[in-house]
Write a protein that binds this ligand. Structure first.
Ligand SMILES: N[C@@H](CCC(=O)N[C@@H](CS)C(=O)NCC(=O)O)C(=O)O
Length: 208
């Protein structure tokens, strides 16, 4: 049994999708740094960053970092389709997962918590940092589409780990609206992924 610590409209949605695709048994604990409640102490004990997704795997190991969680599940459930069985394709999928988390997800952290980067800044400086990070985020998604929107890395007809993480992380900070204007084909492909039965059910549960 897996235990997933998560919150509505957060990155834990991608892990819910992955666990569902794997047919894995899991329970969901609502917890986050922004919602005080029973799960928060437990989350802090497991993950000192108090971030979600945090996943407790059978045997009580703690996994954080979306890319690591998705790769672990892909390896544990090789027939799930989370990762390709083909080493050449999988290499690009691992690259795409690392890209989304180190580039796009990292920019979201700056947009949501600019004071963590500029603790002494005034409101105007924080606003400028948020605006810069938002613009950077949008260009990071354009680069994603340029590099990964191809038949090796991107499989909208059978979404796996990359498509699930992209579907969720692109929901934030105006990325979808930006891509609709700047990369309409890639944007339509994201829309197709959102309609996959497993993904659609989780997106709906999260109110997207
Ligand atoms: N590097 C982490 C980032 C996770 C993350 O930033 N999660 C957000 C929610 S989507 C969070 O919990 N933020 C709360 C905080 O940083 O206080 C990952 O890839 O999973």
């Amino acid at each position: 049994m897996f235990t997933l610590f998560g919150a509505d409209r957060s990155g834990s949605a991608a892990i819910e999708m992955a666990l569902t695709l794997c047919g894995a048994d899991y329970r969901l604990v609502g917890a986050s740094s922004w919602e005080e409640g029973a799960g928060q102490d437990e989350l802090t004990r497991l993950n000192p960053l108090m971030q979600v997704p945090t996943l407790v795997i059978p045997g009580d190991g703690v996994l954080t970092e979306s890319a690591a969680i998705l790769i672990h599940l892909g390896l544990e459930f090789p027939l799930s389709g989370l990762l390709s069985q083909d080493a050449f394709e999988r290499a690009q999928q691992l690259r795409a997962l690392a890209y989304i988390t180190t580039s796009c997800y990292a920019s979201i952290g700056m947009i949501d918590y600019p004071e963590r980067w500029l603790p002494d800044a005034d409101a105007d400086q924080l606003d400028r940092l948020v605006a810069g990070a938002r613009s950077k985020l949008h260009s990071q998604w354009e680069v994603f589409s340029h590099v990964f929107y191809n038949p090796v890395a991107w499989h909208p007809q059978a979404p796996g780990a990359v498509e699930m993480l992209a579907s969720v992380v692109s929901q934030w900070s105006g990325a979808r609206e930006h891509l609709e204007r700047s990369r309409p084909e890639f944007s339509a492909s994201l829309g197709r992924i959102d309609r996959h039965s497993v993904i659609k059910a989780v997106l709906q549960r999260h109110g997207w």
